[in-house]
Design a protein around this ligand. Structure first.
Ligand code: ZN
Length: 658
């Protein structure tokens, strides 16, 4: 591991202590081997004048909710040193009180809450303090002789402390040690908290950071020597069994109580880990640091031949673990946050893609570190009870409860066709706004960038072609774990010709896109929707099927047949509790088909103003793409949980339909 310090870059952060603190915090955060996703914390002590001009000593500590990799000045909480030192002298203090008093001691009440390690930062008698959960420190200390080898490696350079709960208990432990130890006089450069992480400190930002890098590098080199030759190359990633992945996601979502995004990682580290001969044993021992267990639970599920049985066993074991240690707490859901699929890789789960990715990163780093620890002394992490105390710690529970309310489609995966513009785009947008992970298929070559605008994935596909459609469906399952919502929308409106004048090609093309492509999509996607969560299929029809017009035979027939396809699908899929419905929009003019000129021409044909023409329905209301988008999103959600085979007109009322 090398220092990333760069004088020129450092200067851009400002030469004042807080500016330098921001810079080296980001350097720590830049290295995933040191901290991951909000892990680790840093501080700087500064003498300032307060609002009234009085001198005050402030400890700027990393605020909760900020990530070291991207932290800014505003991410540090200014806490009065005198209050923190006073707290450190109390023989005991509940963590709730500690958090409250830390907030009361902040000179800016609008700053984020200070890290729960603020007291510990305050009592270390150096200006800068850096704390990480480095993988190498975990691998070094989470082994049977972890303490002995840590002492042997670092000698008198670091203080080695046994594991205790983070928060007040840890601050108090360090406080007591400092009563008999002068860190400066004894030349102590850091503190290793066994099975937790490393603290380094100095009076300038660069030294504190570089000591951190130096000590972690010593641990890395020690482990490399112990590990000897590098392990056998990771096995080749085979073709993943996507149906098994979708089924696994369905089972885990049911166990969790909410749909989950699932991501299969087949990186070298994930494959090597999942292929360890003793994976069932060492996968079930514990996490790298207490911090990780909040995201990943204590252990992952290790999959056997029958994934349903494996997840049930995980849930049963989780309940037993809870019952062994609980004293009045309420049990959290018993679903795994990641699963080891022997020989196939690691599957991570989350409410959102972001959550699943965070778990995947932690799982990846766990995989590499555990594999290394196994080769250098045996993986021996925190005990079950120690993890329980963290998992059911009030402060951690509060952190998790703080998240925003769940969106209607959170954790669901939606496939939408024909969504580059107009109604299709509005549908994709409404589903994404309600939390669905959307994949949009369209022949428009700009679909990737169009979908990116709403946080969705766009794939260029000609829906009348078989293999590209299959590939897009497989990609969706591979990336997100399954498919729950399908909106079959793609369609064209051919030029108006009466039957005796119509070119055969126009008819054939209309039927091919407006009808047959939908049938082909169903043929390929239904097997996955059957393995989805609360499956829902929605077709986009048209008012034309009930109220056709002259010259629109191909369009009207295709939409009538599509309606019949929907009804048959509803009958076929009811036993799987998959809902199949159709929406019939009419006169939606905010689409790319309708230019202002075309609109004016059509209005003139009816002898109407454009405004009258746009609201040419019983209720005299304008129908917008977004109205259809919101309706389809509602149809995919719980409001329509018990509705199937329904035809919903969104047309402002039409006497030929009613
Ligand atoms: Zn920590």
């Amino acid at each position: 591991m090398h220092s990333l310090w760069n004088d020129t870059e450092a200067a851009t952060f400002g030469t004042d202590p807080l500016g330098q603190r921001v810079y080296t915090s980001r350097l720590l955060g830049r290295n995933p081997e040191l901290v991951l996703h909000g892990g680790g914390n840093t501080s700087v002590k500064v003498a300032e004048k307060d609002y009234f001009g009085d001198d005050v000593e402030i400890c700027y500590v990393k605020g909760s909710g900020w990530d070291l990799a991207t932290i800014e000045r505003a991410g540090f909480s200014p806490v009065r040193m005198d209050a923190l030192l006073k707290m450190s002298r109390l023989p005991s203090m509940s963590d709730e009180d500690m958090v409250l008093q830390q907030r009361a001691a902040m000179t800016n009440p609008n700053a984020p809450a200070a890290s729960i390690e603020a007291i510990l930062h305050a009592i270390l008698p150096f200006k800068f303090v850096d704390h990480s959960h480095a993988n190498a420190i975990s691998a070094l200390t989470c082994s049977k002789d972890g303490e002995a080898r840590t002492r042997e490696l670092f000698g008198k350079r670091v203080l080695v402390l046994p594991y205790v709960m983070p928060g007040f208990v840890l601050a108090r432990q360090v406080f007591e040690v400092l009563q008999g130890t002068d860190l400066r006089k004894e030349g102590i450069e850091g503190i290793v908290l066994l099975k937790h992480g490393l603290f380094t400190f100095a009076d300038d930002a660069k030294s504190s950071y570089e000591k951190h890098i130096e000590l972690v590098t010593l641990a890395e080199e020690f482990l490399a020597r112990k590990a000897g030759t590098s392990p056998a190359a990771a096995p080749e990633a085979g073709k993943p069994d996507l149906m098994a992945l979708a089924r696994l996601r369905q089972i885990v979502s049911k166990t969790r109580g909410f749909p989950q995004i699932a991501r299969l990682s087949t990186s070298d580290a994930a494959l090597a880990y999942s292929s360890l001969p003793n994976i069932a044993d060492c996968g079930a021992r514990g996490p790298l640091t207490p911090d990780h267990s909040i995201r990943t639970k204590r252990i992952p599920a290790v999959l056997g031949d029958d994934h349903g049985v494996s997840i049930q066993k995980f849930a049963d074991d989780y309940a037993a673990y809870f019952n062994r240690h609980a004293s009045g707490q309420t049990m959290l859901d018993p679903a795994p946050r990641f699963a080891i699929w022997p020989g196939q890789g690691v599957v991570s789960f989350g409410d959102t893609l972001k959550d699943a990715r965070i778990v995947a990163d932690i799982a990846e780093s766990t995989a590499a570190t555990v594999a290394l620890a196994e080769r250098t002394g045996g993986w021996n992490p925190l005990t079950e009870k120690e993890i329980f105390d963290i998992e059911y710690w009030d402060l951690e529970q509060a952190k998790l409860r703080k998240g925003p309310a769940r969106k209607v489609h959170q954790g669901k995966v939606a496939l939408v066709t024909g969504c580059a513009a107009g109604i299709g785009f509005a549908i994709a947008e409404s589903l994404a706004e309600q939390g669905a992970q959307v994949v949009g298929l369209d022949i428009d070559k700009d679909i990737p960038s169009i979908m990116a605008k709403i946080g969705a994935i766009g794939i260029v596909v000609n829906l009348t072609e078989d293999q590209p459609v299959q590939d897009a469906i497989d990609f969706t399952v591979r990336e997100f774990g399954g498919i729950d919502i399908v909106v079959s929308n793609a369609g064209i409106f051919p030029k108006n010709d009466n039957l005796d004048a119509m070119a055969q090609g126009d008819w054939d093309r209309t039927i091919s896109i407006n009808l047959t492509s939908h049938q082909k999509l169903m043929n390929k996607v239904i097997p996955y929707v059957k393995q989805g969560v609360d499956g829902s299929i929605i077709f986009v029809g048209s008012r034309n099927f009930k109220a056709p017009g002259p010259g629109a035979s191909a369009y009207s027939c295709s939409k009538a047949a599509l309606t019949q396809l929907c009804r048959v699908a509803a009958l076929e899929l009811a036993p799987w509790k998959i809902r199949v419905n159709i929406v019939h929009p009419d006169a939606v003019f905010d689409t790319k088909l309708w230019t202002p000129e075309a609109l004016a021409k059509s209005a003139a044909r009816y002898n109407m103003t454009v405004e009258e023409y746009k609201t040419k329905n019983l209720m005299k209301v304008e129908i917008r793409s977004k109205d259809i988008g919101n309706m389809v999103s509602a149809m995919a959600g719980p409001l329509f949980a018990k509705v199937t085979g329904a035809q919903i007109p969104v047309d402002g009322g039409n006497d030929r339909v009613i």
